[in-house]
Write a protein that binds this ligand. Structure first.
Ligand code: MN3
Length: 199
């Protein structure tokens, strides 16, 4: 069955004023949708056609001859995950087991925030900042372009898209302002906690 563009978990204007309807119309409606269309075109008629999205990513990761399939499949996964990691009236601080793990593995929530923003700020060009579970330890990573934790035997807990298309309409070149807003106003910590609990 062909890959589908998942529904956004909120309306296109739900993240305003932090992320505008205009941004989501392009980012979800054009970019994310485009990756789905390209992926379906690339796998049509091949032995990848029947595979799940994650199995497709794993089947072609590291194969330079299938980079187009990897990039589009990974970008479909990354964006579906990114949308879920935000919500209206998000941000603030995590609680419970997740908060305890963040304190244990980063020292404090403030230290986590600094490291997460530093990962996004130092990702040169397009890519993603991540909170991952790596061998039982919380870590912050960054990946270029479409690359993702699944290809590195890590479990993703949260991601922040730092491709310019994620913020340019609302923040222009001010990536640090977008990142601060993402953490303070948008993160869905319930989603992150659920990912950790399921790991
Ligand atoms: Mn994007």
């Amino acid at each position: 069955m062909a890959h589908q563009l998942p529904e956004l978990p909120y309306s296109l204007d739900a993240l305003e004023p932090h992320i505008s309807r205009n941004t989501l119309e392009f980012h979800y409606g054009k970019h994310h949708a485009g990756y789905v269309t390209h992926l379906n075109n690339l796998v049509a008629g091949t032995d990848l056609e029947a595979k799940s999205l994650e199995d497709t990513v794993l089947a072609v990761a590291g194969d330079a001859t299938k980079a187009g399939i990897f990039n589009n499949a990974a970008q479909v996964w990354n964006h579906s995950f990114y949308w879920q990691g935000m919500k209206p009236n998000g941000g603030g601080q995590p609680s419970g087991a997740l908060a305890a793990r963040i304190d244990a593995d980063f020292g404090s929530f403030d230290a986590f925030k600094e490291q997460f923003k530093a990962a996004g700020a130092t990702q040169f060009g397009s890519g993603w900042a991540w909170l991952v579970l790596d061998n039982g330890v919380l870590k912050i990573t960054k990946t270029p372009n479409a690359d993702l934790p699944l290809a590195h035997v890590q479990k993703a807990l949260l991601t922040m898209d730092v491709w310019e298309h994620a913020y340019y309409l609302d923040y222009q070149n001010r990536r640090p302002d977008y990142m601060t807003t993402f953490l303070d106003k948008l993160v869905n910590w319930d989603f992150v906690a659920a990912n950790l609990a399921a790991a």
